[in-house]
Design a protein around this ligand. Structure first.
Ligand SMILES: Cc1ncc(COP(=O)(O)O)c(C=O)c1O
Length: 425
């Protein structure tokens, strides 16, 4: 049966608009091909699995990755680490966050952002997101205390935070800025690569991210001092290899990226621009295909601080209520179009602070208590402490923009969106 002969929504028993469901949303992961295979085999055959030495004379893949990554970002330094979380913990140490220091981060981010602050001994302070679904500069200003050390803008779902406003708040208050770019690798703000605007930028190469080595992370900075501290923290033996003065030495850990992962990440880095271009093209088509109905119904899209720098991994629009967002999402899923609200009170989703139970309850690894024992003032956590964020996220309908969508998939998605929004918005 074709669309023309069956105008019912799929949820009412009609034929789904999309013949095929979304391909898996692993942009870089799905692009893995012979180039990655060759790169891994090259490392295995050289037997140089460790960045500093092996039996032969081959060049370190981690070193090559750092050089290439820094160059693509226009940053002075890049350091390869084992995960995005490791990048954040390292970056926090590098900018001098320590016991009792407060770090302001958004209500909407993967729990790792807050966990990294706690791991550095810092105190996560949660601020509201605005219609960008990213850190609200006005609420950040409200949440600053005499003990605030840093702000952590997190560029969620591919798009940039309002960096001019956030940098101004940081500058006025003498705060450091650590950008979490895990979900927006390749994005930019006013022509500058995300991750290079604050004091330090932290990336993830985990499998869901735009490009991937399965696990992995990168830290970028323009500051020689931050780079030295990053280098020393992520690698306890770095000082033995570097030419720092003895009096500068600090004791780090081991978050060094393995050569096999670096080999994969180097190939994936080459794929980044192409993936973003493919997603941007599809997002433009989708948005213009539903423009008439969204305008007529007064539906608003998520605000973008810089639409030109959006990586386009997602398309988000707001409904009037969480119930409407749920109903539209359900109807879209029946059409074989992946969609869902960004917050539901039930279930566990570590992307929203209200679900960060171990943080909200200040659970510690020992009876002596976690970082909160170092807090210099009373810090209150409540699941409802950022009501505006919960409202916005609950009303937001989120869709992935998959680079593997064919023209036919995109046309069918537009058809399904138009019919669902016409009926339910
Ligand atoms: C916003 C954000 N920050 C940090 C992380 C942590 O990265 P990783 O899983 O590589 O440790 C992730 C992803 O998992 C993330 O989405």
């Amino acid at each position: 049966m074709t669309q023309a002969s069956d105008s019912r929504l799929a949820i009412d028993g009609g034929t789904p608009a999309r013949q095929n469901p979304d391909p898996p949303m692993y942009p870089g992961g799905m692009a893995i091909a012979e180039e990655e295979e060759r790169a891994v085999l090259e490392v295995l055959r050289s037997k140089r699995l460790f960045r500093y030495y092996g039996p032969g004379e081959t060049e370190s893949k981690a070193s090559q990755l750092e050089e290439a990554f820094a160059a693509t970002k226009g940053a002075s330094y890049a350091v390869a680490v084992t995960s995005g979380t490791a990048a954040l913990v390292t970056g926090l140490h590098a900018i001098g966050v320590g016991p009792g220091d407060e770090v302001i981060l958004p209500a909407y981010t993967w729990i790792a952002s807050a966990a990294a602050v706690a791991a550095a001994g810092g105190i996560p302070v949660v601020a509201e997101v605005d219609e960008t679904l990213l850190l609200d500069p006005a609420d950040v200003a409200e949440k600053i205390s005499p003990y605030t050390k840093a702000i952590m803008p997190v560029h969620m779902r591919g798009a940039s935070c309002r960096m001019d406003e956030l940098m101004a708040v940081a500058d006025e208050n003498g705060l450091k800025v650590i950008e979490d770019v895990a979900q927006a690798n390749g994005g930019s703000y006013k022509g500058r690569a995300l991750g290079t605007i604050g004091d330090v930028g932290c990336f993830s190469l985990q499998f869901n991210k735009i490009i991937t080595s399965g696990e992995g992370g990168m830290v970028v900075t323009d500051s020689e001092d931050v780079w030295k501290r990053t280098n020393m923290y992520h690698d306890v033996i770095a000082p033995l290899r570097a030419e720092y003065g003895e009096d500068e030495l600090l004791c780090g850990v081991n978050y060094r990226m393995p050569e096999l992962l670096a080999a994969v990440a180097l190939v994936q880095l080459e794929r980044l621009d192409g993936l973003i271009e493919a997603m941007r093209l599809r997002k433009r088509m989708l948005k213009s295909g539903i423009e008439e109905v969204t305008e007529r119904k007064g539906l608003r899209f998520r605000e973008l601080a810089d639409a030109d720098g959006d990586t386009a991994i997602s398309m988000v629009f707001f409904m009037d209520s969480a119930a409407a967002a749920e109903a539209v999402s359900e109807a879209l899923r029946a059409e074989n179009i992946g969609a869902g609200p960004l917050y539901r009170p039930e279930g566990i989703d570590y992307h929203v602070y209200a679900h960060w139970v171990p943080i909200l309850e200040r659970r510690a690894w020992t009876e002596a208590g976690g970082p909160w024992r170092w807090a210099k003032r009373e810090i209150e956590y409540r699941p409802d402490m950022c009501p505006r964020s919960l409202d916005l996220l609950g009303r937001a309908v989120h869709m992935n923009v998959n680079p593997l969508l064919t023209n036919e998939d995109v046309e069918e998605t537009i058809d399904g969106l138009n019919r669902v929004l016409e009926a339910l918005a």
